[in-house]
Write a protein that binds this ligand. Structure first.
Ligand code: FAD
Length: 488
């Protein structure tokens, strides 16, 4: 039986492990932390439970598919529900928009709140859907170097939506041309942040991201985001996969063409295949420092990081939904701060996520678990103790202005995640959430491939390599690695 080592038990690593075990490999997962999940984490404290990383869950069928692979009836239980309201948007001028799950209702709501013609919304979502469907066939579920080959085999009709995209136009440029209302433009510009990029720089191609929430739907696991990890772990263990926690890969031992073994704090491990789920920018800097890093890793254009406050709140707030966005009054300046001047912005867009609105057991009765996040530049070495105080003040001022309430007296306790702590815990370079950003038309083509060109038994999975960051794309990367390995 061939042996395969997966470095890192993030979702991409675990999904790859399940797929390879199903193909008959003996799989061992080496994870530096005491638990699996990487960026998907949770905190439990004083009767509250917080998902600490991802909170937006789309394409749940990809998790179902993974849990059912090679199933002999022992599928771990995993359930989720669709959210009626994808997100509640708040603007400084008092406007509120509810992004209802049903596209027609969403279009009605936007029309009511902003005057934007409903047809404009429905047309936009149709275009996003067609673009996504074409891109997913060619790009998302296939190795990067096969994109051209696959596209040649496709019905030209299916490629049309991609041909119509002007890749030189930015997401914002396209949105501004499509919609009259600046508030609607801002709402759809926001999807650039789903891979840590700027709508003023990223290609309009990425406007397809909104399709996932507004056509396919926004979901939430019945037991929280961390239950995704627990279900996949169970599946992996049922498939005979060994997990070794507190096991950090320190070095790769290589020949001219192959990886021979890895050195860890628990000893050396040999295998036939090695798959890294480690953030690729960190991988080449530490355990694989002896390998030649590609240009995109040597000089990375990193995606944004995050500063997150987890607040146990002593009351409930009926005006809030599960997902809430309090938009900056100056979005352009906010992104300039993120990607150009690399400073904290005084009027940040605040993302307020309250899972206890949909999972009652996530907070004691009458209380709420607030996850309050702003995007920040991925600066690992700054003094986050100081910056965190500045950001906290800006966030509280924003909440006071927009929600007309001061949250301070209700905060029972506070935990904080900074780019520094994200880097420490998940191993991502400078705490960037999604590896490199997509702020160039070439970004998608410059993402690290899923197989090393020099070391034939070295593969890459997870959010920092092709096809990109976020849970669905990490799951896609695992299926690509499976396909690539099948061909060797
Ligand atoms: P990672 O989660 O990056 O895990 C890598 C693992 O490798 C870690 O467990 C780490 O400890 C381990 N490791 C690192 N170095 C070593 C080593 N040398 N030896 C052994 N183990 C090692 N996505 C969404 O879909 N929706 C969202 O709403 C969303 N929001 C996010 C919010 C935040 C705050 C963050 C941090 C991420 C968010 N994401 C979101 C992105 C999503 O979480 C990631 O894309 C995804 O979880 C990354 O998975 P991965 O497979 O790349 O592995």
């Amino acid at each position: 039986q061939k042996k395969c080592i997966i470095i890192g038990a993030g979702i991409g690593g675990m999904a790859t492990a399940v797929r390879l075990a199903n193909k008959g490999y003996h799989v061992v997962v080496l994870e530096k932390n005491f638990r699996p999940g990487g960026k998907i984490g949770e905190i439990k404290k004083d009767g509250f439970r917080f998902d600490t990383g991802p909170s937006l869950f789309t394409l749940p069928s990809l998790v179902d598919e993974l849990l059912n692979i090679g199933s002999t009836g022992d599928v771990p239980s995993f359930s989720y529900h669709q959210l009626d309201n994808v997100c509640r948007y708040f603007y400084e001028d008092g406007t509120q928009i509810n992004a209802f799950e049903d596209p027609a209702e969403f279009a009605d709501e936007i029309n009511l709140q902003t005057g934007e013609p409903r047809k404009k919304i429905l047309d936009y979502l149709k275009i996003a859907q067609k673009r996504y469907e074409a891109a997913s066939d060619i790009f998302i579920f296939n190795p990067l170097n096969k994109a051209l080959e696959v596209s040649k085999k496709l019905n030209p009709q299916k490629l049309k939506p991609l041909m119509k995209v002007n890749p030189l136009r930015t997401m914002h440029g396209e949105n501004k041309q499509h919609f009259r209302s600046p508030q609607v433009v801002q709402l759809f510009d926001r999807y650039a942040t789903y891979n840590g990029s700027s709508p003023y720089l990223a290609s309009s191609m990425l406007n397809m991201i909104s399709h996932l929430e507004h056509n396919s739907g926004a979901f939430f696991p019945d037991k929280g985001m961390y239950s995704i990890v627990e279900a996949i772990r169970k599946k992996a263990e049922n498939s005979g996969i060994d997990f070794l926690f507190n096991t950090e890969v320190k070095e790769l031992k290589i020949s001219d063409t192959k990886v021979l073994s890895v050195r860890t704090n628990q000893g050396d491990f040999e295998a036939d295949l090695f798959i890294s789920d480690v953030d690729v920018n960190a991988f080449y800097r530490k355990p694989a420092a002896s390998l030649k890093a590609p240009k995109s890793v040597k000089n990375p254009s990193l995606s944004s990081s995050a500063l997150i406050f987890y607040w146990g709140m002593d009351r409930s707030f009926p005006d809030l939904e599960v997902h809430n966005i309090l938009f900056s009054a100056d979005y352009r300046e906010e992104f300039k701060s993120l990607f150009k001047t690399r400073e904290l912005f005084h009027d940040p867009t605040v993302y307020l996520f309250i899972s206890s609105k949909t999972i009652k057991s996530d907070a004691p009765p009458g209380k709420e678990n607030w996850f309050v996040m702003i995007n920040v530049p991925p600066l690992g070495d700054r003094n986050w103790e100081e910056l965190k105080q500045v950001a906290r003040k800006n966030i509280i001022e924003k909440i006071k202005r927009v929600l007309k309430t001061d949250p301070t007296p209700y905060i029972l306790f506070e935990e904080v995640a900074t780019p520094h702590s994200i880097q420490e815990f998940t191993g991502s370079h400078k705490g960037a959430l999604y590896g490199n950003n997509s702020n160039s038309i070439w970004s998608a083509f410059l993402r690290h491939k899923n197989q090393s060109t020099k070391y034939k038994n070295l593969f890459f999975t997870g959010g920092s390599v092709h096809p990109g960051g976020g849970i669905p794309l990490c799951l896609a990367s695992a299926s690509i690695v499976e396909k690539v390995i099948e061909k060797i």
